[in-house]
Ligand binder design. Sequence first.
Ligand code: FAD
Length: 333
Amino acid sequence: ITTKLASLPPSGTFFSLEFFPPKTQQGFANLHARLSRMAQALRPLWVNVTWGAGGSTSAKSLALAELTQRSMGLTTCLHLTCTNMSRKLVDEALEQAKVLGVRNILALRGDAPRSDEYREVKDEFEDDDDSNRDFTWAVDLVRYIRAQYGDYFCIGVAAYPEGHSDQSHPEHQSLEHDMPYLVEKTLAGADFIMTQLFYDLEAYERFEKALREHESGAFKTIPIIPGLMPVQSYQILRRTTKLSHAALPAEVLRKFDNVKNDDEAVKAVGIDLLAEMIERLKSIKGPGPRGFNFYTLNLEKVVTTILERTKLIPSMDESAIAEEESDGFVVVD
Ligand code: FAD
């Protein structure tokens, strides 16, 4: 990812697309077909593959990373969590990523997994009593990857424009609380920062400014990539914002409330909103190209419309040049 970013002009734009591993074989086949269409039509700079908390999707995440990186030749960033995971599972995931040619890891702490999934994983490592001893926070995983693999992996870390919050620490919902730990995580060896989804643009603008101007200097040049979730339905919007503690500003909520029983109208309002957000985010001056990460929920249409509307899809020429400069060969259709 860092190599690819370095090949873009500082005033350029880019985007990545996030996918999660489907549960069934049929789901995998459907996603494969969709990914092929999206890769060809949209040309993301890379794709993200999520990791189930506690390693609950480890085999499926690695299978999806194999498909994207090895079979499809898409630069892949594998998410990896570290709490509620045995060290053995972390080691296996990193080794397997290396074997697959994956060079990018989003190093995460993770949350407590759903108990049924967790039990399945625990059963596999019954004799392992060191679970959770090595890793408490994401920074532990960043340090571990650097210690074990040097610079082999490009490492990303997560950040929360409106502050991190989870069930165990609901009171910690402030950027000020996270800041020292984000500094620590970044200085431990992160190459880029990806954010939680948000719809409160002003909160995001405050967040990025606070990072860029932070006295530690830790965030002066690091790519900060805002996370955007295209709106697929009113219910999904309400659920995902609740789960991620992302605020829905009153005027944004009003627009959706006005059309909440009409799915197509909700999508259209969401497309307008995301397009406006992207245009405003593009105008924030940063040290390098301006990127966006889309939480696709494995869906194609809405994100495609947003990318077309905001002219984020690179021209063939640009993507061929980026490929050439990062990989040493040109991809010509
Ligand atoms: P950390 O950086 O460890 O921070 C977690 C909290 O602990 C923060 O409140 C921080 O301020 C605090 N903290 C950190 N260090 C310390 C310390 N030393 N002392 C006290 N407090 C500390 N989850 C998944 O399960 N799978 C995924 O694929 C996934 N992908 C994600 C992608 C993105 C872009 C984002 C933003 C999140 C993703 N998550 C995923 C969710 C993530 O795992 C959770 O939000 C988790 O609760 C925190 O992870 P973290 O890496 O930010 O943790």
